[in-house]
Structures are given as structure tokens and as C-alpha cells.
Design a protein. Structure first.
Length: 133
């Protein structure tokens, strides 16, 4: 995960022995190692699905890191990352999508534009009138 995010510390944790069913809304960063069924939403938060987690949910989040099993769609504002042994069965939509070797994805992938506030403009650089001899 990127270290420049202001919410890089896990603020909520669903342990391996826990299960949750319903609509889960959060801020910051949440790590799921148990079972979740329903819907997961956050305006700009990050959800981490741990290696032993089983999530049957649709997600609308800032960023998603998948290392466990997810059945459902993911709509991320910033990015989606799938690491082995992660498995995603459903549709993904984000400006940045990364599936590492060993990660499994079955579904539809759509790349969308990043929000204007996150796009960094780089000024043009003038190098002169031509090559030097």
C-alpha cells in the first residue's frame, strides 16, 4: 500500500472468527479477515480483504486491496489491487487496477478516469531549439 495516504493505519478490524451481514459503512481503513455478506461502502476509505477472508458483497470504496476471496463488484475511486492468493469473482471498476501474478480475477474490468483532484499536472519542459552538436 502507498505510504502517502493519510489513512494508512487500520482503524477497524473484522477478525477471522467474526462474521457480519448487512450494510457496512466506514471511514479510514478497514481490514476484513472474517466473513462479510452484504454491501461495503466508504467515500474515500480503504478496504483490505485478508488472505483468510470470505466476502460476499458489493463494494463502493476509495481503494481496495484483495488478498482473500471476494464475490461481488468493486467500484473504487482510486485503485484496486489483487495479490495472491486473492480471488475476485465479479466486476471491477477503478482508474488503477493491478492484479499480481497468482491473483485470480473472473469478471468484467472497466478502467475509469481518476477524479480531477487527484490528477497531477506536469508543466512542459523546453529543452532548446534542437539537438546540440
Amino acid at each position: 500500500m502507498r505510504k502517502d495516504r493519510k489513512n494508512d493505519r487500520i482503524s477497524t478490524f473484522i477478525g477471522a472468527d467474526a462474521s457480519f451481514e448487512g450494510n457496512l459503512e466506514f471511514a479510514g481503513t478497514i481490514r476484513v479477515d472474517g466473513r462479510v455478506k452484504g454491501k461495503i461502502t466508504s467515500k474515500d476509505g480503504t478496504v483490505i480483504v485478508g488472505e483468510k477472508a470470505v466476502v460476499d458483497a458489493d463494494m463502493a470504496v476509495g481503494a481496495a486491496v484483495i488478498m482473500g476471496k471476494l464475490n461481488g463488484s468493486i467500484d473504487a475511486v482510486e485503485r484496486i489491487e489483487v495479490f495472491p492468493p486473492g480471488r475476485v469473482g465479479g466486476d471491477m471498476q477503478a482508474p488503477v487496477i493491478s492484479i499480481e501474478p497468482g491473483g485470480i480475477f473472473n469478471g468484467t474490468c472497466t478502467m475509469k478516469k481518476a477524479p480531477e483532484t487527484s490528477i497531477k499536472r506536469i508543466p512542459a519542459v523546453t529543452t532548446g531549439s534542437g539537438p546540440t552538436k
